[in-house]
Ligand binder design. Sequence first.
Ligand SMILES: *Cc1c(COP(=O)(O)O)cnc(C)c1O
Length: 370
Amino acid sequence: MSTAPYGRIHNFTAGPAVLPLSVVEEVRDALPNLHGSGVGLLEISHRSKTFQAVVDSAVDRVRRVLTVPADYQIVFLQGGASLQFYMTALNFLVPNADGSKGQADYLVTGTWSQKAIKEASRIGDAKAIWDDAPGKFKRVPQNAEYTVREGAQFLHYTSNNTIYGTMYDHLPDSQGKPLIADLSSNIGGVPVNMAAHSMIYAGAQKNLGPSGVVLAILSPWAAARIPKGLPAMLDYNVQIKDGSLYNTPNCFGIFVLERVFAWMEANGGLDGAIARNTAKAAALYGELDRSGFWSPHAAKDSRSCMNVTWRLPTEELEEIFAKEAKKAGFEGLKGHRSVGGIRASLYNALAIESVQALVGFMQEFERKNG
Ligand SMILES: *Cc1c(COP(=O)(O)O)cnc(C)c1O
């Protein structure tokens, strides 16, 4: 049993993931009575003044922390990042003037971009202009490695590949076309140039809060482009117009997200998060590079600071590693079922002490099994 507060253990889970304990405690305190309204967080009307103040504050904090340009729209949606794969295409990929299918280009760097292009193909001519499936998704492309089609209406990429543990350390070059990104698993944890993107989306359950709420940010180009007459729940403009309150939103999720952004602002903002994440990643990759016992999955120029993946000499040892780690108080280290091996997710709320403890456990494991 862990001696940490509430018996919490080191949580390396890929998502839903660890949240700051202070935020979890604020959630607990809001359950019976939200902000002195006399009504609990799970019981309050989304049309109340008290809840409207939460939504307004969430939008303001997102804009400040992520340096979102003033003319960009910020909305909170449901359906997960997975619904965004379809919605982005439905809203932004329009037929050509002659009625033929519109084109959109995709950088396919893992499972999530594969799913994104599959959904977009229901709407138009979605093409993988770079796809590393044959290379087992060990890296992301450099800008010189692909060419965006002349007729492409946008370029879509996945900023961090949660399952494979790869990440862009540069802004993909959309070659003059609008850039759309799935930032689900590194938003708020790495530098981001919002003004360079025409639209971004992110499920909250990695760095920003609980599952069931999605942050979407739209440029004026994006908002102006949306065709008329889309189903209301799939139309970004409906949620923009109604301030994320067209229908009953995930009130709980928006509340937690607002508190997570407040926690970020109290802890050095985005720069503070980047500094902590850089230190955590350096500690873990340092251990992976120290000994040939570990085989990191990602190529060096594509290493993710959020999800770190590696193999051991045999699958049997990986099985033992995951089991013994769990016993020693490390949660969520078994790799994704599609890749195997080990994965440690180092999201914003994971303390560096947890990474240091894991490195200590790894060194001990190698001494016994190496
Ligand atoms: C987790 C994740 C998703 C899927 O999110 P859901 O909310 O489960 O739909 C999509 N893209 C990326 C990069 C992710 O990490």
